[in-house]
Design a protein around this ligand. Structure first.
Ligand code: KIV
Ligand code: NA
Length: 278
């Protein structure tokens, strides 16, 4: 199977073919996502929440992202991989942005990077694109700005906010972004932005009008994620319960000596035993 390209992605939008994106953070999650034929794997800085146990994505470092992206790349060798630039690894000047994004491709084997922001980072986006680094935008609820936004709230409900998001989306497209994530925006606004752009939109909590959808691995699988009960998440399995029960059964087997059984143990030749112990 051939990994997707940004050219094919644009065609999918033109053909009205929905784009599926899921986060993954390591070898097994990436391997299973690829085997399930996901279109795009996002190594999201949401790993700060669901893998590293932080309350926000703000503590995630570029080294964290490189490490996890590289593990994902080993598990999914023929899937298009996007890696997040974490908090403060961009916006400090184009040179820093380029150097940091470069590491995600060169050391992490990502195909593209994602940045949070709109018109305010358009210059950095176009510098990345000129350097050969495909960029996915991300507007609406931008978790790296949670303290400025005052919480994880639906964005673009008011006219001025909505207009700003439309302008941001157009600025990102003009700067050369190949796709844009719309997070926690009202359904009508996401639909309007999607039809105003020629590049695909990928929604999370943005309703039915986007060109694709993204969700977080640990959320859809109920895999020890505290976030899966959110309104915009749909769950497809309860791995948390499965894993907890399985570990509990193992613990119980050890305590009752039901494990290991003879079948798990390695025998020795009778002859050798006789020589040793008579
Ligand atoms: O980090 C992440 O998982 C994301 C998606 C939710 C879009 O940015
Ligand atoms: Na993210």
């Amino acid at each position: 199977k051939q990994a997707l390209t940004i050219t094919k992605l644009k065609k999918m939008k033109q053909n009205g073919e929905p784009i599926s994106m899921l986060t993954a953070y390591d070898y097994p999650s990436a391997k299973l996502a690829e085997e399930a034929e996901i279109d795009i794997i996002l190594v999201g800085d949401s790993l700060g929440n669901v893998v590293l146990g932080y309350d926000t994505t703000i503590p995630v470092t570029l080294d964290d992202m490189v490490y996890h992206t590289r593990s994902v790349a080993r598990g999914a060798r023929s899937t298009f991989i996007v890696a997040d630039l974490p908090f403060m690894t961009y916006r400090l000047g184009k040179e820093t942005t380029l150097r940091n994004a470069g590491r995600l491709l060169q050391e992490g084997y990502a195909h593209a990077v994602k940045l949070e922001g709109g018109a305010d980072i358009a210059d950095e986006v176009s510098a990345l694109v000129r350097a050969g680094i495909p960029v996915m935008g991300h507007i609406g609820l931008t978790p790296q700005s949670v303290h400025q936004l005052g919480g994880y709230k639906v964005q673009g409900k008011l006219e001025k906010e909505a207009q700003q998001l439309i302008d941001d989306a157009k600025a990102l497209e003009a700067a050369g972004a190949f796709a844009i994530v719309l997070e926690l925006v009202t359904e009508p606004l996401a639909e309007a932005i999607s039809s105003a752009l020629s590049i695909p939109t990928i929604g999370i909590g943005a309703g039915r009008g986007c060109d694709g959808q993204v969700l977080v691995y640990h959320d859809i699988l109920q895999y020890a994620s505290p976030y899966y009960e959110k309104r915009f998440v749909k769950t497809y399995a309860d791995l948390g319960t499965t894993i907890r029960d399985a570990i509990g059964a193992y613990v119980s087997d050890v305590k009752t000596r039901a494990f290991p059984s003879q079948a798990h143990a390695f025998p020795m030749e009778q002859e050798v035993l006789r020589k040793l112990y008579g």
